[in-house]
Design a protein around this ligand. Structure first.
Ligand code: ADP
Ligand code: MG
Length: 326
C-alpha cells in the first residue's frame, strides 16, 4: 500500500508504558512479570458480518479493542499489549485518524500498549490480538463451574440485540431508545475491573458475545455441568422493559435477553458462600451484578442450560445464540 509506512507512523505509533520494543521493528519485545503467565486472545471484526458498511470509524476503533478487552476480562487478566492487523480498501487518512482515536482512547484508559500489527489493502477487516498478564493458576477459566454454584451476570442483557433488530426493521424504537440501544452495540464497555476483582472468588467466567444461552452453555460444556436460570431474574434495562411491555414485541425482548449477542457482559459462577464477596467486589468495580440461577449436576450427559419460568417450569427455548456457521 502506498504511503503505508507514513500511515503507520502517523496513526499507530504511540508511546508505550510496559514494552521493551514497540512498533517499528520486525517484532515487538515484551517481558512478563515474575509469577505471571500471558493470556492471549484474538478477535476479528469483518465488515458486513460484525458491523454495517459505513459504520462510524471512531466507534469501530473502540469496539475493535473493546471486544478483545472483554475476552481478557473474562479470564481475569490485566490487559497490557495489543497488535492490530488491518485490511483497508483504501488509505483514507480521515477514516484512519478517527479509527485510531477510538482505539487509542480505550487503549490508554486500560493501560494497553499498541506494540505492532500489519496494514494491507483489502476488504475492511480489523483484527486485534490482545495480551495480558495473570498470576499463574489464577485465571478465570470456563471449566471451573461446580454443581451448587450461583450463576451471575454483570450489567443488563439484550440491548445490543435490540439495536440490531431495530436496524433490520424487525422492531420500531423511538429515536431516544434507538440511541440507547446503539450505544450498547457500538460502544460496548468491557468489564475489565470486574474480571480482575473476581479472581480468587469466581469458579468460572465467560464474556457474553454470542448470547447468554450459548455462552453459559460453553461454561456448562467445559465444566461437565448443567445450569438452571430464572427468566424473571435476568437483568433488564429500562429500554428492555419498555420493549417487553409492548404488545407486539415480548418475543423479541425474550430472544434478545437469552440469545442476543454483542452485550460483552460477564457471566460467571461462584460458590454461594462467596455471595457477599461477589456483591462487594462488584460494587467496588462499580458494575451491577445479578444472580440469575444455579449450576446443577448434569443429568446423564445432558450438559446445557435450562430456562425456568416464574412457576419453576422449564421453558422451551429454540434460539440458542449466534453461530457463524450454524
Ligand atoms: P513487516 O514487513 O516486517 O511486516 P510492516 O511494514 O508490516 O513490517 O510493519 C512495520 C512496523 O509497523 C512493524 O513494527 C509492525 O508491527 C508495525 N505495524 C504495521 N501495521 C500496524 C498497525 N496497523 N498497527 C500497529 N502497528 C503496525
Ligand atoms: Mg507487515
Amino acid at each position: 500500500m502506498s504511503g503505508e509506512f507514513d500511515l503507520i507512523r502517523q496513526y499507530f505509533t504511540h508511546r508505550t508504558r510496559h514494552t521493551l520494543l514497540g512498533v517499528g521493528d520486525d517484532a515487538a519485545l515484551i517481558r512478563v512479570r515474575r509469577g505471571h503467565v500471558l493470556a492471549i486472545s484474538a478477535d476479528m471484526l469483518v465488515e458486513g458480518t460484525h458491523f454495517f458498511a459505513g459504520a462510524d470509524p471512531e466507534a469501530l476503533g473502540h469496539k475493535t479493542l473493546a471486544v478483545n478487552l472483554s475476552d481478557l476480562a473474562a479470564m481475569g487478566a490485566t490487559p497490557r499489549w495489543a497488535t492490530l492487523a488491518l485490511a483497508l480498501p483504501k488509505a483514507d487518512a480521515r477514516w484512519l485518524a478517527a479509527f485510531s482515536r477510538g482505539f487509542m482512547r480505550l487503549a490508554r484508559a486500560h493501560g494497553v500498549d499498541l506494540i505492532g500489527g500489519d496494514t494491507t489493502r483489502g476488504p475492511l477487516n480489523l483484527c486485534v490480538q490482545i495480551m495480558g498478564e495473570v498470576p499463574a493458576h489464577k485465571a478465570l477459566q470456563r471449566d471451573g463451574a461446580r454443581a451448587g454454584d450461583e450463576v451471575w451476570v454483570s450489567g443488563t442483557l439484550g440491548d445490543a440485540a435490540l439495536a440490531v433488530a431495530a436496524r433490520r426493521k424487525k422492531i420500531r424504537l423511538t429515536p431516544l431508545q434507538l440511541a440507547a440501544a446503539s450505544r450498547r452495540l457500538d460502544l460496548p464497555t468491557p468489564r475489565v475491573m470486574l474480571g480482575l476483582a473476581l479472581r480468587g472468588i469466581a469458579h468460572s467466567a465467560i464474556d457474553i458475545s454470542d448470547g447468554l444461552l450459548s455462552d453459559l452453555g460453553h461454561i456448562c460444556e467445559r465444566s461437565h455441568v448443567a445450569a438452571a436460570i430464572e427468566l424473571d431474574a435476568l437483568p433488564r434495562s429500562r429500554l428492555m422493559r419498555a420493549v417487553a411491555a409492548h404488545i407486539m414485541m415480548p418475543g423479541v425482548a425474550q430472544d434478545a435477553l437469552l440469545s442476543g449477542g454483542d452485550d460483552y457482559e460477564l457471566c460467571f459462577t461462584a460458590s454461594p458462600r462467596q455471595h457477599t464477596a461477589v456483591m462487594r467486589v462488584a460494587a467496588r468495580a462499580r458494575v451491577p451484578v445479578t444472580r440469575i440461577g444455579r449450576i446443577v449436576k448434569a443429568p446423564a450427559g445432558a450438559v446445557g442450560v435450562a430456562v425456568m419460568d416464574r412457576d419453576g417450569l422449564p421453558l422451551r427455548v429454540t434460539q440458542r445464540g449466534f453461530d457463524h456457521f450454524g
